[in-house]
Ligand binder design. Sequence first.
Ligand SMILES: CC(C)(COP(=O)(O)OP(=O)(O)OC[C@H]1O[C@@H](n2cnc3c(N)ncnc32)[C@H](O)[C@@H]1OP(=O)(O)O)[C@@H](O)C(=O)NCCC(=O)NCCS
Length: 285
Amino acid sequence: MASRIHPSRPVLVEPLAPSDLAALTALSQAVAWPHRADDLSLLLALGRGRVARERAGDDVAAGVAMWWPWGEDAATLGMVIVDPARQGQGIGRRLVEAVLADIGPRPVRLNATEAGAPLYAKLGFRPCRVFRQHQGDVDVLPAMAGARLAEPAERAALGALDAAAFGAPRQGLVDRLLAEGEFHVLPEPAPARGFAVRRRFGRGQLIGPLVAPDEAHAIALLEAALVRGFVRIDVDANASALGARVEALGMSVVDTVVEMVRGDWPGDEDPSRPRRLALAAQALG
Ligand SMILES: CC(C)(COP(=O)(O)OP(=O)(O)OC[C@H]1O[C@@H](n2cnc3c(N)ncnc32)[C@H](O)[C@@H]1OP(=O)(O)O)[C@@H](O)C(=O)NCCC(=O)NCCS
């Protein structure tokens, strides 16, 4: 379908609404991102954002930027997309500035693509970590590890573990992932010290978040969560043993994003907290 976006008309920056799912889907497809409508529905349900339109109420958009509040003291920013016909005209900067104004004083974290990083650096974000996007067709599964599936009754404990690793509470996300995916935990005395979530995403399955006390536990959780077919996982580049195991299982690196932060992210200096070794999604951290 031909784009209805005009290459030079001025745009309005308006709040993103649940009815913008189709516009969000079109923008994601325009830059060849893999999200299914269900993946975008999850992002819309938990987040807020701004959309650039040529006319108020238009059902197509020239660009979007989203953010997700995590408790009162943290936020992630993502799904920043400008229609390729409208890039380089300042729309991305306007959208991100509007979202930063909406976010207010909370510290903000994001995962920057190569295209987005220069804009975020200009807006005061500094790089803190690198995540490697691994994906591929898995055809041989490792011998079954002794993990088990988490029970719904563990939701609060899993939420607390995720919050300790992430630095801010994400119970709404954890509950949604419990409903849509599978939480694999090691069969150690409760409460669990780590988990790997697998859910449908994009072209196949996605593993993440992956939280563990160390890489050995992370590898056991990864192996427990793995299935045959197309699998994606975005791994902390510092976790070299985990990254090597992911590669060996058939998921090679297809892209790299730089995690950037603006402000002081809660708990970032605490070495005793569990490690967040794979992302829930690049947009969610
Ligand atoms: C990233 C993206 C949203 C930027 O949107 P845009 O409307 O083209 O960006 P703008 O025109 O507002 O330009 C943003 C700023 O980045 C600067 N910039 C862009 N590419 C740059 C580069 N390679 N080096 C230095 N600066 C660069 C621009 O000069 C501009 O700076 P200025 O405002 O000080 O003049 C757009 O390229 C896009 O949708 N890319 C594909 C999806 C994507 O990767 N999104 C980012 C996810 S993190």
